[in-house]
Design a protein around this ligand. Structure first.
Ligand code: ZN
Length: 363
């Protein structure tokens, strides 16, 4: 597919703050990071735009040191972007050194799972840190792409829209929360498909390895959300200072990270149950194993804090409110004409069971 030229959109002032890393990257390492993120997003956008017949697309990196991604519909152009801070901060947070002990996630588990983690650890063609970054990119891209799909669905017509991922303390709008809820679910579903494909491409495959990858994939979404919840994602000084965002429901531009974590995990679990039922993963297993991986990561990133126990206790404290609010967002999502059209066009069932039906993970 052909992308619209960035030069043209810059001239029309539709693209603002364009970051040309070929000019600004301060060293070879940064150049490689920007170029990796750019080509990953371009490849994904090209494929999905073809698949869903989206025209007039453009991707660019915006000059902003804070970690952010966005989707814009302006003058008929469909623009997805990330900030230079997204590429740099995600790479920094997901540095190899924080994944050295991930192999221990299987240590107290059954023999097959333990061996599967060890095999992945020794597999020269598999790299935990790269897999985490790729999962994070897939989730973020598909979240933003779902906003593009929402814009192009009937309800929005020809109006301009702009969604950015950093939450803003702007006036609350429940429709906005509903669209974020929907975009998170699609990000979670497409990430699951990606994990399945990564496993399919391994030379030696097994259900235990697929389980490991599913747990790591899920933990990549939880870790990313938690980095924002703890407000450490944009910090450059170590030691990182943890500042939690206070819990809320009907406030601000985006649902609270705890609400988003539960939504993402629930939809991930629903789709595993539907499409990979032979694995017989229970909600408890998914939760425990996802958090085991997240704990090993956070023990390295923020030593001296028991971050995952704190996350469990925060979730426990608010779980009834979270479930109730996610239920409300779900009901509003399936009443929203734009979202309803998109669910129907993707053959996703939504009335009584909240999950995908008839979807083939090999696609
Ligand atoms: Zn969003």
């Amino acid at each position: 597919m052909n992308f619209v030229s960035k030069e043209l959109l810059k001239k029309q002032n539709i693209i603002k703050g364009f970051f040309d890393y070929r000019e600004y990257a301060v060293n070879e390492e940064q150049f490689q990071i920007y170029s990796y993120f750019e080509s990953s997003f371009l490849d994904l956008y090209g494929d999905y735009a073809d698949l869903f017949n989206i025209k007039n697309c453009c991707f660019y990196i915006k000059d902003d040191p804070r970690c952010n991604a966005f989707a814009i519909k302006e003058e008929g152009y469909n623009i997805i972007g990330i900030t230079n801070g997204y590429a740099i901060n995600i790479s920094k947070m997901m540095d190899k050194k924080h994944f050295e002990s991930i192999v221990l996630a299987g240590i107290n588990d059954d023999k097959l799972l333990k061996e599967a983690y060890i095999d992945l650890h020794h597999d020269k063609e598999f790299d935990f840190s790269k897999f985490f970054i790729d999962c994070s990119i897939k989730f973020t891209f598909n979240h933003e792409f779902q906003h593009i799909m929402q814009y192009n669905s009937s309800k929005f017509g020809k109006n301009n829209f702009h969604f950015q991922e950093n939450y803003k303390k702007c006036d609350f709008d429940i429709q906005r929360h509903v669209r974020e809820f929907d975009a998170d679910r699609m990000g979670s579903f497409e990430l699951l498909k990606y994990v399945f494909r990564v496993h399919a491409n391994l030379k030696v495959k097994s259900d235990a390895k697929l389980k490991c990858l599913l747990y790591i994939g899920c933990s990549s979404m939880i870790i990313t959300n938690y980095l924002f919840y703890l407000e450490v994602i944009n910090q450059s000084e170590t030691p990182l200072a943890v500042r939690k965002k206070e819990f809320y429901t009907k406030k601000y531009s985006h649902p609270h990270q705890l609400v988003r974590c539960i939504n993402i995990m629930e939809y991930y679990f629903d789709n595993i149950t539907n499409d990979l039922s032979r694995l017989k993963i229970t909600p408890q297993e998914l939760l425990n194993n996802t958090f085991k991986v997240a704990k090993l990561y956070f023990d390295s990133l923020l030593p001296g804090h028991d971050n995952i126990s704190a996350l469990f206790s925060d979730l426990n404290k608010h779980i009834d409110t979270i479930n109730e609010y996610n239920g409300e967002l779900y009901d509003l999502a399936i009443q929203d004409k734009a979202i309803r059209n998109l669910l129907l066009s993707r053959n996703i069932q939504f009335d009584d069971i909240h999950s995908v039906n008839g979807t083939n993970l090999n696609k």
